[in-house]
Write a protein that binds this ligand. Structure first.
Ligand SMILES: NC(=O)c1ccc[n+]([C@@H]2O[C@H](COP(=O)([O-])OP(=O)(O)OC[C@H]3O[C@@H](n4cnc5c(N)ncnc54)[C@H](O)[C@@H]3O)[C@@H](O)[C@H]2O)c1
Ligand SMILES: N[C@H](CO)Cc1c[nH]c[nH+]1
Ligand SMILES: [Zn+2]
Length: 440
């Protein structure tokens, strides 16, 4: 069900050469981008009419309108199972506890007497949040998007999630109830790349947003890549990945269940075990078959995910080599199931989130750890972070110098301007001091 990659014996290569040996999906975001480009441009030109057509094509339901009426949000909350409500509220509470601490205050540095630089933090004005709803529905992603945006102070936010044929073309009622719990009243029944395009370009009913955040399948990730540089994009949070770095102290039943837990998201989901213990690798492989047989979503997601080329058991010589492999891979989620797991976690450089030891499985982080589950995939953890309050803030420098403080440094500015052959820059200084460089 899962292949093996044996990297024992020889010295591991560096950087891209090592990455090329590691498991990754065949179907990449760049290829999907070519397919989503026409969808995005169609939304640009035809607005709501295009959204309604794509809902029929991809979600199998004909909509009268894409905006969810306020009454539907109210009804969804009223009809929410109280046990689910309690769990959502606990998830919101913990996420808020963590994200509130990420808020940033303005900070002033007195560089020289009379010269100071302040950095102030300003929230993005309007954001579009995406909560997936294709193969599964993700009310938890409503929380993971909305809480950091709210804690950052974003003034205007709208959420999109795919229309569900079983619910009259509305997003799933638990998604709507989560929106109601969080006070989000602008909600759209729009999924996939077309939802990202709706927020990026705006339509007759949806005002354009400055930024789009949230997880989704490969089509959503590709649309986010399409709009990168034109609007704010958090990170590519595409098909889920789990890597587990484990030694012979790990419990094979736990490792297997954690690999399966994330394989259940998508046939393109990735599950990777990195270990120096052949005995553990064998035991995990033995655990997989009965555990997979006992769960849901087997044929359409878990089996293709575990048997696809994006998943593997990677054998290494020791912990140091295992760390090199997980750093090269840059997993969305990395579990450390080794002796002295906290110390090992400390040595990891690249991961979206790290889960330490036997009692912090990825499922905890998916719902109730307080951490954010919107995390970079496809190796983006090597340069990007998961969603946080910081994602929704812009830092603006405010430069404030007196005449004397400018005069003190003017000769350096003029020298550097001349060194760059940009004399007009120097002239902007000289003009303030009677066309002379002060002190010369
Ligand atoms: N990285 C993260 O932080 C994170 C978090 C949660 C979930 N996820 C991932 O989110 C994804 C959720 O996927 P999903 O499919 O359940 O829901 P989704 O909402 O992401 O995608 C559903 C939409 O995909 C579009 N679509 C389907 N087939 C298409 C096609 N052939 N061409 C163009 N568009 C098409 C449709 O518009 C549909 O509404 C999973 O891959 C999961 O692993 C990632
Ligand atoms: N594991 C997903 C992040 O890749 C988040 C999630 C939501 N629900 C269940 N899991
Ligand atoms: Zn998950």
């Amino acid at each position: 069900m899962i292949s093996r990659i044996d990297l024992r014996g020889d010295a591991l290569p560096e950087g891209p050469a090592l990455r090329a040996l590691l498991p990754r999906a065949d179907f990449d975001v760049a290829a999907a981008l070519e397919k989503v480009r026409p969808i995005c441009e169609d939304v640009h030109h035809r607005g709501d009419a295009a959204l309604i057509e794509y809902a029929e094509k991809f979600d199998g339901v004909r909509l009268d309108q894409v905006r969810v009426p306020a009454s539907a949000l109210k009804e969804a909350l009223a009809g929410l199972d109280p046990v689910v409500r309690e769990a959502l509220e606990e998830s919101i509470r913990r996420a808020r506890t963590v994200h509130r601490e990420q808020r940033r205050a303005p900070h002033t540095v007195q560089v020289v007497p009379g010269g100071k630089v302040t950095e102030k933090w300003v929230p993005v004005e309007r954001v579009g949040l995406y909560a997936p709803g294709g193969r599964s529905v993700y009310p938890s992603s409503v929380i993971m998007n909305a809480v950091p945006a709210q804690e950052a102070g974003v003034a205007s936010m709208a959420l999109a999630s795919p229309p569900q044929a079983d619910f009259g073309g509305l997003p799933h009622p638990t998604i709507l109830a989560a929106c109601a719990l969080l006070g989000i009243d602008e909600v759209y029944a729009v999924g996939g790349a077309q939802a990202v395009a709706m927020f990026a370009y705006g339509t007759e009913t949806c005002a354009p947003a400055n930024m789009v955040t949230g997880p989704g399948n490969i089509w959503v990730a590709a649309a986010k890549r399409y709009f990168t540089g034109r609007i704010g994009i958090d990170t590519e949070a595409g098909p889920t990945e789990i890597a587990v770095l484990a030694d012979d102290t790990a419990d094979p039943a736990h490792v297997a269940s954690d690999l399966i837990s994330q394989a259940e998201h998508d046939p393109l989901a990735a599950a990777v075990l990195v270990t120096d213990s052949v005995a553990l690798a064998d035991a995990v492989e033995k655990e997989l078959a009965p555990q997979v047989a006992a769960t849901k979503h087997v044929e359409d997601r878990i089996v293709p995910a575990l048997s696809g080329r994006q998943s593997a058991i990677v054998l290494v010589d020791g912990l140091a080599e295992g760390l090199r492999v997980v750093d090269a891979y840059g997993a969305e989620h990395l579990e450390i199931q080794t002796a002295d797991a906290a110390a090992v976690a400390d040595r990891v450089k690249n991961a979206g989130a790290i889960f330490v030891g036997p009692w912090a499985p990825v499922s905890l982080g998916d719902y109730c750890a307080g951490s954010n589950h919107v995390l970079p995939t496809g190796g983006c953890a090597c340069h990007s972070s998961g969603l946080s309050v910081q994602s929704f803030l812009r830092g603006i420098h405010i430069v404030d110098y007196t005449r004397e403080a400018l005069a003190d440094v003017a000769h350096h500015v003029v020298t550097l301007a001349e060194a760059e052959d940009l004399p007009a820059h120097g002239a902007a200084i000289k003009a303030r001091f009677g066309w002379k460089v002060p002190g010369q």
